[in-house]
Design a protein around this ligand. Structure first.
Ligand SMILES: [Zn+2]
Length: 375
């Protein structure tokens, strides 16, 4: 390694440390990285010159001179996330720590045509102006869509919910001066949940949205299958020859466990359904028992194959109680002699698919400094 390389390696290591510690002094950097104080100072000064870190006051003195607090300039670069839904778009801006700093929901019906893309481009630019963001701080626009996206071509290959077949990032990208990337929404939702729960190692991330989604996390990464993404639990057969699913097959988990299956049962929004359920409305209680049975059957089938923890997210997740989860676990074990227990089922509080889309560019930026963040 020549001197220039060593300098860069040290600078990157210092940036990584400041990122991880959030607040750190030059002497602490030197001792943590095993470099001299002058080297640590030089690296910090170079990072300050590039606006990547800054000095923010002083640590309390432990005797002797007070040490300056070095901290990350967390919004020197930001990323925009766009989630495309049937009836609305969701825009977010996140900083380098993945924190949502701006957010906006705009009712706007999806259409797989040019007029839609032009207007979405305008919405993005208006949003950025409202947030008073300098264009050169923006790393890119991550886009989430309900549909399967081919990794090589970047095109939607199965987008029957939105009728989005053939849609790609460039359709929006040509109307904004930023790099755009399009991905399957569930993977991005899983990525955001994982970012905020770095302890998750192996899990099924199950999204109880109006349409159900799933992604398998292996070794802290969202696993991508060879042709399809992983975890398409929505289209596993739950009831042979059962209800017709939008995918064309019958009896899919989607028809029995999605939020839509709850909404359509009583033609009620989730808030109203769960109010009636928790007030003991007999029809709702009976429906819910059956719903939990279906959910436990779906999770059982997954567990037989993977045996990992299950994290439930999405719009319906917040309505599930601890008691519901216990019931699902008990039902899973019922009549099965295979296991005495199954891995934990928990609810994720971090439901933000648009922010998951924005993470694409944050991860890429941090990766330049050797910072590998889970998600
Ligand atoms: Zn299906």
């Amino acid at each position: 390694m020549n001197r220039v390389d060593i300098k860069e390696v040290n600078r990157n290591r210092v940036y990584q440390l400041v990122y991880q510690q959030e607040q750190v002094s030059k002497p602490a950097i030197a001792s943590a990285l095993g470099i001299s104080l002058p080297t640590a100072s030089q690296c910090v000064n170079e990072l300050i010159e590039r606006n990547l870190v800054y000095e923010k006051g002083y640590f309390e003195s432990t005797g002797g001179r007070k040490a300056a607090i070095i901290t990350l300039n967390r919004d020197i670069k930001v990323s925009v996330g766009l989630e495309i839904l049937k009836e609305l778009i969701h825009l977010t801006v996140i900083d380098l720590y993945g924190t949502v700093i701006h957010e906006k929901f705009i009712p706007f019906r999806f259409n797989n045509d040019e007029a839609y893309c032009i207007r979405v481009g305008e919405y993005i630019m208006e949003f950025i102006a409202e947030c008073r963001l300098c264009h050169d701080t923006i790393l890119g626009v991550g886009i989430a869509i309900q549909g399967l996206v081919d990794e090589k071509t970047g095109n939607v290959t199965f987008g029957r919910i939105l009728n989005a077949n053939g849609f790609c990032a460039d359709r929006i990208g040509r109307y904004v001066p930023f790099s755009c990337t399009l991905r399957h929404d569930t993977e991005l939702a899983a990525s955001f949940a994982l970012w905020h729960n770095p302890a998750i190692k192996d899990a099924l991330y199950m999204v109880l949205n109006r349409n159900l989604g799933g992604a398998v996390i292996i070794n802290g990464e969202v696993h991508r299958g060879q042709i399809l993404p992983s975890g398409l639990i929505a289209h596993m057969t739950l009831v042979p020859e059962g209800e017709l699913c939008y995918c064309g097959r019958r009896g899919c988990v989607e028809r029995y466990c999605s939020a839509d299956s709850i909404i359509h049962a009583f033609e009620q929004e989730l808030d109203d359904f769960f109010d009636d359920l928790r007030n003991g409305e007999p029809k709702h209680v009976a429906f819910w028992e059956q719903y939990l049975k279906y959910l436990s059957r779906a999770i059982y089938n997954y567990q037989i194959l993977m045996s990992t923890e299950v994290v439930i997210g999405g719009v319906a997740a917040k309505y599930l109680t601890e008691e519901d989860l216990h019931k699902v676990v008990d039902m899973e074990l019922e009549k099965s002699n295979i296991a005495e227990r199954f891995p934990r089922i928990s609810i994720s509080e971090y439901n933000n698919t648009a922010a998951g889309a924005a993470l694409i560019y944050i991860k890429e930026f941090l990766g330049q400094f050797g910072i590998r963040v889970k998600a």
